[in-house]
Design a protein around this ligand. Sequence first.
Ligand code: ADP
Ligand code: MG
Length: 415
Amino acid sequence: RTWSPEESNLAASIADVVANVLQGTKRRQLEAQLRQSQKMEAIGVLAGGVAHDFNNLLTAILGYAALVHGQLHRDDPTLEHIDEIRKAAERAAALTRQLLAFGRKQVMRPRLVQLGAIVAGIEPMLRRVIGEDITFRSSIASTATIHADSGQLEQVLLNLVVNAREAMPGGGVLTVAVLDGTMTPSAGHGDAVAAVVLEVADTGTGMDRQTLSRIFEPFFTTKAIGKGTGLGLAMVYGIVQQSDGRIDVESEPGRGTTFRVSFPAAAGQAGPEPSPAVAPPSASRLGPVSLLLVEDDALVRGLTAEMLERSGCRVRSAACGQEALTMVQNDPEPIDLVLTDIVLPDLNGRELAQRLTSLRPGTKILFMSGYSANDGPSPLDGGEPIALIEKPFGPEDLVAKIQSLLGAKAQPVSE
Ligand code: ADP
Ligand code: MG
């Protein structure tokens, strides 16, 4: 039968009311999303900043510990204490790296990688991590490539798997899958694009809504003191954002949890793993190398200069880009290598490098950083690949890196 005019009117106003309610709900959802992302952004800036300063302090602690270590006699009982200082500082450095990742300040080396291949590659390790009580299933159904940092992807997967294991103290099933899919960019609007999806599902405790709303915050943990740091998912979140991906979670108390991480698919063939520059591991002395050090943090500058001098380098130091340029203009002495911080108070490291190499063509540049400023053009974007040493580093790392850059020039002359 056909509707009477009254019925039609009624239906139309009901539809209006429903539409309004839905719109209101949608708006509130969007507002909540915005507030949440602003909060995460603010915490990220804070965490990234703290971590950056921390890295400088740790560079000094580790560096001076290594210098003292080098001065002591082999059977000096103090050596053990120095080792403990070093171990503690290295643990602190590992935590700092997680904070940097959350603040999206981790140095990132993206390239075309096949997510499936990376997951397959660390599967044996995952099996060992999860132990006997848990049934492990994996399914890799995608050969698509994405633009990301393979080390970071491994960290993401490892963190999700460790959390899943911890959510299944009485055993259960852990499923890791890689599949083709689609995603809308994390802002939630715009067209869906082809994506590669990493799924990590467990049959563990699950989470209530309240827990679920806070899991990505740094230091949020429901685990006992000493058990959880609350940094795992914060790091995952930062890495996923940094790689233009998105992360979604489905969870219900008592019914398990599924994390779904999507990355935009990128066209092209996965390249080979860049071969790390291998340097002779034991050589801790350099040949007659002349070096310009540019670093604004006085503690790190002093320490680095000392490490370099002890390895046989001639070192001149500058606290900012301008000072370095003036030095080079006024001093005819050759420079083999410039070791510079990426973030300087006046110029960024990339700019400084360009100006220095136009003054002295052929000068090698080595950047130091614990921090790749993701806002603004990253010194790692574009241009030729750069040589980089990450803070905190010790004398051995530094010398090995310099040797790999300078080759024969830096080999110590045998006496
Ligand atoms: P941590 O593992 O150190 O607690 P994370 O950032 O990795 O820190 O995780 C934060 C919190 O999220 C955990 O304490 C836990 O409450 C919750 N969580 C994460 N993954 C799962 C999971 N798979 N199942 C249940 N709860 C989880
Ligand atoms: Mg964790």
